[in-house]
Design a protein around this ligand. Structure first.
Ligand SMILES: [Zn+2]
Length: 375
């Protein structure tokens, strides 16, 4: 079985490109992971997601443990088989969504108890249980169970929470055990505080992980604060392991985080926005609902190679969106995922060619132009 590994092939400034090898295939970095919350990337077939250029998907432990349950997925042969995606899957630990979705949460040293947002049933996630669920799902990249306070929070609260997460990281590692071909990532916490981030990074390095995530960002602190934190936080994590920024983000967030040394990210934005009529293009964001598109025979983006752009006009997309046809969600999601993967490929090429700064400048210049003029 292929061992999990990460090879950096080029670095330009702090931006890195390389390859993560897993038993289920290679992941080119920087990598954007589409989110398959309930064992599906909404409105997309797995083969179509792959065609956009995605090497890996993210699955949500919290959702899957509640419905259809990890036990059922394991009985049916694991998440890859269940959802017909044979390539790598990363699962989150469930912690973040317990905090954001579940009712009647109770946090103790042992873990978190909560009530399901679906049917009110009572559940518990501990570091040990999170590792068990992610093993039953068959996840290739498993995340430590952690706790993340909503910002803003007091420094004392952030410090306490980070220290609890580090104790949980040690328990996660112990429970994960030795699973060749599978990786366990630690999660750095510490809010926006440089010394707490450093303390967290040191604790994680001491335990030792296959990769490291920057947790607790992209939770409403704003881009400037997030970039400011990444300016020190990313560099505190080992250089020779993948660095993952969880839950990011908009295209300009992604470019800025890659510039700061991040290798992996995930976000529901391209798929969720597609379903609400927003399209990301080189020239920014457009809303297909707007009347200006009703007679426009041009594609969303003439340079995009996705089926929505090659085979359909803005006028058609506008019509099916207004008519609430399912194909609107399919085409808009496909386009957005394709755009995100093109963006990642462009960054990988630019880093390899040592021209990432020029890529960034072109990226911002094209967006500053805004959408094409109405006809
Ligand atoms: Zn397109």
């Amino acid at each position: 079985m292929t061992k999990f590994s990460f090879t950096r092939t080029a670095q330009d400034g702090r931006a890195r490109t390389g390859v993560i090898e897993t038993a289920r295939g290679a992941i080119r970095t920087p990598a954007f992971m589409p989110v398959g919350t309930a064992a599906t990337v909404k409105a997309m077939l797995p083969g179509s997601v792959r065609e956009t250029g995605a090497d890996i998907l993210l699955g949500n432990t919290y959702h899957l443990m509640l419905r259809p349950t990890a036990e059922r997925i394991e009985r049916l042969g694991g998440l890859h088989k269940f959802m017909n995606w044979e390539r790598p899957v990363l699962t989150d630990s469930g912690g973040f969504q317990v905090m954001s979705l579940a009712a009647l949460r109770k946090l103790t040293e042992k873990g978190v108890t909560f009530k399901s947002h679906i049917d009110g049933s009572k559940h518990e996630i501990t570091p040990e249980r999170s590792m068990e669920i992610q093993r039953m799902l068959g996840s290739d990249i498993v995340m430590c169970f952690d706790e993340c306070p909503a910002l803003p929070a007091s420094r004392a609260r952030i410090s306490e929470s980070m220290q609890l997460s580090m104790r949980w990281a040690a328990r996660s590692k112990e429970a994960f055990g030795d699973r060749p071909g599978h990786a366990l990532f630690g999660i750095q916490q510490g809010g926006l505080e440089e010394d707490l981030r450093a303390e967290s990074a040191a604790a994680l390095r001491e335990i030792g992980f296959d990769g490291y995530a920057v947790g607790g960002l992209a939770v409403g602190e704003g881009q400037e604060a997030m970039f400011g934190c990444l300016d020190f936080a990313a560099g505190q994590l080992p250089e020779d392991r993948p660095r993952y920024l969880m839950g990011v983000g908009k295209p300009d967030d992604i470019v800025g985080t890659v510039a700061r040394g991040i290798d992996m990210m995930d976000c529901v934005l391209p798929s969720r926005s597609g379903r609400t009529g927003q399209a990301f293009t080189r020239r920014g964001v457009l809303n297909i609902k707007n009347a200006r598109h009703a007679d426009d025979p041009r594609p969303l983006d003439e340079r995009c190679g996705c089926p929505a752009c090659r085979q359909y006009s803005r006028a058609y997309l506008h019509h099916v969106f207004r008519s609430q046809e399912i194909i609107a969600s399919m085409l808009m999601t496909w386009h957005n995922l394709h755009y995100y993967q093109d963006l990642m490929a462009g960054m990988r090429d630019a880093i390899s060619a040592n021209r990432f700064a020029a890529f960034e400048a072109d990226f911002h210049a094209a967006r500053a132009e805004g959408d094409i003029e109405p006809l």
